[in-house]
Design a protein around this ligand. Structure first.
Ligand SMILES: N[C@@H](CCC(=O)N[C@@H](CS)C(=O)NCC(=O)O)C(=O)O
Length: 213
């Protein structure tokens, strides 16, 4: 239990789910505060003072430092709790995991964000996260759908040759990609029947206790 830390979460949102899964994989429990994104709590003064970028997840450390991104949270947790390693063991494995984590973010999560943020009526005027408002661009939602199809293809090809995205060990790259694939379900996008490697990997990940985090 990391009693002296605070985890800022939103139980329904995909990005904090990555951090929640990481914490379960590391067998860590952190006192948690829910930020209600639907009510705009992330934009209120109280949370803005914690994370001026107005996003979750965030993690407050005992010295008051706030980590405001999955990248910094994962790096920190890996340093203070190295076992099991989720960011690689050898130099090459670390590099490959970083690469696949970036692919899952850019080609998976950001493509999904393009779809959702540029099409959902509830996100009108909120096409990007953060303190500034941006209008939706419907064409980006269309493009995002095409990108997700491509992302599934990329994952399926990689997973035909490796058990996990980073190679033979489960890692943060798998967490990021799994959250992106699950997020795609929000807009009824799913891997196709013939993407057998991707489907098998997804099934295996869904059976890990962290998938319920
Ligand atoms: N790069 C950030 C992205 C975080 C992010 O986009 N979080 C979303 C929830 S999934 C958020 O806080 N949204 C606030 C909003 O919609 O205004 C990370 O992964 O840590």
């Amino acid at each position: 239990m990391m009693q002296d830390h605070v985890f800022y979460d939103c139980a329904t949102a995909p990005s904090p789910r990555r951090a929640r899964m990481l914490l379960v994989e590391k067998s860590l429990k952190v006192p948690t505060e829910q930020i209600d994104l639907r009510k705009g709590e992330q934009l209120g003064d109280a949370f803005r003072a914690i994370n001026p970028r107005c996003t979750v997840p965030a993690l407050k450390l005992p010295d008051g430092t706030v980590l405001g991104d999955n990248a910094s949270i994962a790096r920190y947790i890996e340093e203070i709790r190295p076992d099991p390693p989720l960011m690689g063991r050898s130099p090459v494995e670390k590099a490959i995991i970083a690469e696949w984590n970036a692919i899952a973010e850019f080609e998976g999560l950001l493509a999904m964000a393009e779809i959702v943020r540029n099409s959902l009526p509830g996100l009108k005027g909120r096409a990007l996260t953060g303190p500034k408002n941006y209008q939706q661009i419907p064409e980006l939602a269309e493009r995002g759908r095409a990108r997700i199809e491509q992302f599934f293809e990329t994952l399926d090809r990689r997973l035909a040759e490796h058990v996990y995205l980073g190679g033979d060990a489960f890692s943060v790259a798998d967490i990021t990609a799994f959250v992106a694939v699950e997020f795609a379900g929000w807009v009824k996008l799913a891997p196709s029947e013939n993407q057998q490697s991707l489907l098998a990997w997804r099934k295996a990940l869904a059976e890990r206790p962290s998938a319920h985090a």
